[in-house]
Ligand binder design. Structure first.
Ligand SMILES: Nc1ncnc2c1ncn2[C@@H]1O[C@H](COP(=O)(O)OP(=O)(O)OP(=O)(O)O)[C@@H](O)[C@H]1O
Ligand SMILES: [Mg+2]
Length: 257
């Protein structure tokens, strides 16, 4: 009797060991699949940013330069007339050319601000706050703590895009009058906060509709941070403004080759 039960116990132990092995194999497969997916998704973001950078440059150096040259031509035509009195058609053409140039430059910066590559995240956030604030007629304050000198380019881009989308939401959706943008390092992570005093919303409803694909802003921020091993929080209540908190490790995990 006792030898039968010993054999049964051995069988169960062997089966358990096999199950454990199988579980470890499946977990490893799952982890490898997830890691491959992250690499792939990060490559997609990278290609998108490269393409935006290229388009931004072409707009600035191509269309922008041509409009600048056209503006100079029109100005010199106007200068041939009595000072301050070019023909109305010419004055209109000059105004049109100036606004087309301003729009081209704004579009180029929106696609990918050169300042992010040249001067880094803090300068880019200050520029973004100033230009968004001026365009929307709201006050955007920026507070930046002590930051490491060599922030990874993709980490900087991810946080910049979060700030850009959050400020767009704060000015357009929330109709805020005051927004605070705060960036600081905590341990080995960068933490970005965007707090507005706008109309607010039911945060869970906004996140649920973003998950269902009914909007892209919140979902894209959350997904991008997840891919970089970071976290995204969105808190809001009607009438009480909104608060975005984005956390991202300084060194992105499993950097894609
Ligand atoms: N700062 C905010 N204040 C109040 N409501 C907000 C704020 N941010 C987001 N929301 C709510 O969450 C919804 C989803 O935001 P999300 O950014 O995903 O989409 P969207 O701004 O409507 O469109 P888009 O896809 O162009 O970003 C918004 O429509 C709005 O109702
Ligand atoms: Mg949005």
């Amino acid at each position: 009797m006792s030898s039968i039960s010993t054999t049964a116990e051995t069988d169960v132990a062997q089966q358990l060991a096999r199950l454990r092995q199988e579980q470890a194999r499946l977990s490893a497969q799952l982890y490898a699949g997830d890691s491959n997916f992250r690499h792939l998704a990060r490559s997609v973001w990278r290609v998108q940013e490269d393409e935006r950078r290229r388009l931004a440059r072409e707009l600035h150096d191509g269309v922008g330069q041509n409009l600048t040259a056209l503006g100079h031509r029109l100005q010199s035509m106007a200068a041939r007339h009595a000072p301050g009195s070019p023909p109305p058609d010419l004055a209109q053409a000059i105004a049109l050319c100036e606004s087309a140039l301003a729009e081209t430059r704004a579009l180029s910066r929106l696609l990918r601000p050169q300042i992010l590559d040249d001067l880094g995240l803090e300068a880019a956030l200050r520029w973004l706050a100033r230009s968004t604030g001026e365009a929307a007629g709201i006050t955007i304050e920026v507070e930046v703590g002590e930051l490491p000198a060599d922030i990874d380019g993709e980490v900087a881009t991810a946080l910049f895009r979060v700030a850009q989308e959050s400020l767009a939401n704060a000015s357009k959706q929330a109709r805020s009058s005051h927004v605070l943008v705060r960036l600081a390092q905590h341990d080995q992570r960068l933490v970005l906060l965007v707090v507005d005093d706008g109309v607010g919303c039911v945060a869970d409803d906004a996140l649920a509709s973003a998950s269902k694909g009914q909007s892209t802003g919140l979902a894209a921020m959350r997904e991008r941070l997840r891919l970089f091993g970071g976290r995204f929080h969105f808190d809001s209540r009607p009438g009480e403004g909104a608060r975005v908190r984005a956390e991202i490790p300084l060194a992105p995990p499993e950097r894609a080759p």
